[in-house]
Every structure is written in C-alpha cells, then in structure tokens.
Write a protein that binds this ligand. Sequence first.
Ligand code: C2O
Ligand code: CU
Length: 492
Amino acid sequence: MELKKFIDQLPMPLVIKPRKNSQNNPYVVRMIQTRHRFHKNLPKTKVWAYQGKVPGPTIEVEKDQPIYVKWENKLPKKHFLPVDTTIHGAMDTPEVRTVVHLHGSSSRPASDGHPEAWFTRNFRQTGAEFVTKTYEYTNREKATALWYHDHTLGITRLNVYAGLAGLYLIRDEEEKALPLPKGEYEVPLIVQDKSFNTDGSLFYPSQPSNPPPDLPFPSIVDGFFGDIMVVNGKVWPFLEVEPRKYRFRLLNASNSRAYLFQFSNSQSFFLIGTDGGLLERPIEVQSLQVGSAERVDIVVDFSKLQGETIILQNQFELGNPIGDVMAFKVTKPLKEKDHSQVPPILSKIDLIPLTVVKKVRHLTLDETQDEYGRPMLLLDGKEWDDPVTETPLLDSVEIWELENKTESGHPIHIHLVNFLVLDRRESNGKLKQRLPTDFGLKDTVTVNALETVRIIIGFKPYAGKYVWHCHKLEHEDHDMMRPLTIRKPDDQ
Ligand code: C2O
Ligand code: CU
C-alpha cells in the first residue's frame, strides 16, 4: 500500500500522572481496543492500546521514587491478528492474554511481567469485568529511557504489533544538572515498522502464499518486516525544528527490524546514552546500529541547516521506500539562543573487575527445525520448556559468551540486569571493532551474524524467576527465550 511520506506531523506521546500525587496511589493504565489514525490518507486502524494511545502514554518518574502501576486488561475476547496455535504457550484460549514487562527495569519477580504471568479479562471464570495486576517499579536505575510492552508467552509479537508498547523515562539529579537540550527540545522517537491492508487494518502474515497442506502457519523465523515506517504512531512523519540542538530519545520498538540510523546529509551527531543511561563521554558518530528494544540517547545539531529538510534514514534499507524513517524540517525560527551543550563528561559507569567473575557461560544462538519441519531458533540448543540451565547466584558476576551460529543478528535481552559489553569477535576468534553503543550500560545487545559477543553481568538485586531472550519478537515467540533463575546462596 502506498502512503505519501512526510504528510503527518510527529505527535508527542501523552505523559501520564498517577491518580493522586502520593506514593501508594497507582498509575492506572487500561488496555483497550480502539482505532488509531496512522496517516492522513489511511482509514482509522483497529489497535490495542494502553490508555487508548499508540504508542502508550509515557510514564515519567524520579529515580528512587517507587511507583505502582495498575495494569488493566479490558481487551476483547479474541485476537484480531492471527494466533499461531502451534507454538509454545499460544494455545487457543477463550480470552486474550496480556502481561506487561517494564523493559530494562530491575523489578522483583512478582512485578517483572514474566511471560507466564499473563492475565485475561476473565469473562467466564469470575464474571469480573476485567482483571488487573498492580506492579511495583522501584526506579533504582540511573536516569534513562526504559519502555513497557506486552510479554505474553507465544503471542508477544502480536500483542506488541497490535499497539501495546510505551515509553518510561527515569530522571535523576545528575542528568538534570547537565546542560543538555531540555523541554520541547527533548523529543522521544518510538520507531516501528508496520504493514497495512488497503482498508487501513494492520497486516500481519498468517499464511504463506502457497501453504503446504499440513502447515497451519508459515515459519515466523525470518521475523516480521513491515513496508511502512511509523514514528510515535504516525507513518513517515515530519518534525519542524529550530536551527539548534535537539536531544532525541530513540527507541526501536519494531518487532524484528534492525536499523543503522543516519541522516540524509551524512552529518554527524552525538551518542550520549544507551539502554542503561548516560555514557561517560559523548561519542560523535555518523551512523548507529539499533536492534529491536535497544534505545539510544542522541543529540543532533540543526543550527547550520536553516530552511533545509533532512531525513532520518535506515542505512540497511537505503534506496528502498522503507529506508526513510522521518523528516526534520528546519523551518521554525530560533526562539532564543541555544545555550544547550553536549558536555565532555556525562556520567560515571562503574566497571566490573574481571577478577570477581564467578562463572563463564558459553551460550549459542542457533537454528533448528520444529516438529513441522519449519526453521526455528533456539538459545543454547534448548526450547522454552526445557529445564532451567541459567541459574546464577544472587550478587554474583558472570561472563556470558554469546556465540551466534546463524546468519542473522539477534538482539539478546536479559531481564533484571544491566550489563557491559567486553568484546566482539568473528567466528574465527578475531577481535572486531566494538559498536558505539557497546560503551554504555546495556540490557539488550545485538549479536550480529556469526559473531561472538562477551558480556559481563552482575546478577542483582533480586533472586527469583526471570527470562532472557532474543528481542526479535518472532524469534522470542518461537522459541528463542529461556528461563533465568537467580538463586540465593541457600537455594538448591
Ligand atoms: Cu523487552 Cu523480555 O523484553
Ligand atoms: Cu533472534
């Protein structure tokens, strides 16, 4: 379907406040089915949305001030996207399941949004109007951009694609003291790819064009790749900016697509932060690779571009329509002199000394076949249901060597923790150059094709049941996700 680019203005996600301004009054976020206009020339699209918004409302909190969020499932009974009942956990249940994970947070197991902690609207069993879960977020992390999204076993890709994702910003004093662009000059960019049918409905593949008789669904292993770019819920939007510096909080919330972001005029920009917060020092770059679920905090200077338009592009798709992400039109008059700066020192990241490492795990990312003969992806040769093998001790430090034996990249995410990237190697063991984002705290790291990435992880502050997985949602659902149980020293 053809849609004209740069017609719609970039919307700013709504910021929500708790019901009352005291600690124990929760934010209330209701999941509903509604209609959303993705493009001026597109009929409204059926979506599932937190508070009826695509993307969901932004939750903005202060470091060390815990909050509660009451997540309410008021979704309809049936999914409007094709559920593949042949994959783990995605049985055809009478009600639609949801569970919310705050990605990048260190939450207790009970508030983590484990893929099996799903809840339904529960029409039949209780007659209740809807079912809720209240999660506590302690907000112990440094200032950064987290995000919340659906995490239901076997249907995460469908629930997120339907619209269930939103941003979560943590602020702290250190960040506030920096002279970075603030207020209207700090803009979230939530990037996703989608496909639409001509009636405006969301397209998600359910059948191969030529389905073999015994295959109910095609393999989802390649991932979903839409043909249209959506930022903050609008198709190929534009933003009018002043000739000055802007800070962008960029989140790749796409199901599977990876980006190599650059600007059409090849201008450089500054990477100032990654998943886990600010870098120690800004890094000047001309392009940035960002896999599913990764966030980058960047500062872009438009001061020399008065009157011009530049396009944010995906270098991986240059020349294709999907290679354009959005436009920046430098058409607004400068309101006042730009006093913002990218300071040479941003923050301090505590390195973990190698001497405290308790265990080194070598874990493979590999491809196999499922019972239908379709390709299927695995972590360390194991399926979701296999016995738990990753059981680090609470407060211990481990190195994980993630060896990618496949020909595609996998953004690997570990719940609860932040980690640091030690190095990247080719399959022959040769050291490769690290990516700019490898210099910051990460919760998701892309292991590129046939590469081995070593990360160092401190498992804290809670013991209990978590997960680690590939964040290409099609991979995660089939079956690139494994349990992670953090043990207390006296556990068996
Ligand atoms: Cu963003 Cu386990 O997920
Ligand atoms: Cu993957």
